[in-house]
Write a protein that binds this ligand. Structure first.
Ligand code: MG
Length: 157
């Protein structure tokens, strides 16, 4: 068994779709990003890669590479799973926390878990997604950014 940790943040700007855990969430602001800017999945990718010491999301999917422009992060997550499998690892469980001032994410968490369960090929009971606000603190607390933290446990096949 090996454990990995990941973190991601994106500035929130007008005219971008807010996507977290592969779920489109109605909002006037969305992440400024080269891909779809799914901070939860980006943190999760770094946690999975970190557990296997396979580098980080920027090395696997360079932001200057045009093929990743506005790409769904679920596709990147799928490719991350392939990289893990090639290295002889598979995920066992993941835990995560999203920091977002608004909107409240509670109604979307089950769909996020369902998406991640399908992408990681592990049961939903092995996937935790938590959401909280920053109580007005800092840029995220002022609604100008989204952040996510994730840990992942992987096992060698
Ligand atoms: Mg990111």
């Amino acid at each position: 068994m090996r454990i990995g940790f990941g973190y991601d943040s994106h500035r929130l700007v007008p005219g971008r779709a807010l996507v977290l855990g592969g779920v489109h969430i109605p909002n006037t602001l969305g992440p400024e990003a080269h891909s779809d800017g799914d901070a939860l999945i980006h943190a999760l990718i770094d946690a999975l890669l970190g557990a296997c010491a396979l580098g980080d999301i920027g090395q696997l999917f360079p932001p200057e590479d045009e093929q990743y422009r506005n790409i769904s992060s679920r596709i990147l997550l799928g490719r991350t799973l392939e990289a893990l499998a090639t290295a002889g690892f598979r995920p066992r469980n993941v835990d995560s926390t999203i920091l977002l001032e608004s909107p409240r994410l509670g109604p979307y968490v089950e769909e996020m878990r369902s998406n991640l369960s399908a992408d990681l090929n592990i049961p939903g009971t092995a996937i935790s997604v938590k959401a909280k606000t920053k109580e007005g603190l800092g840029e995220t607390g002022k609604g100008r950014a989204v952040e996510a933290y994730a840990v992942a446990l992987v096992e060698e096949r």
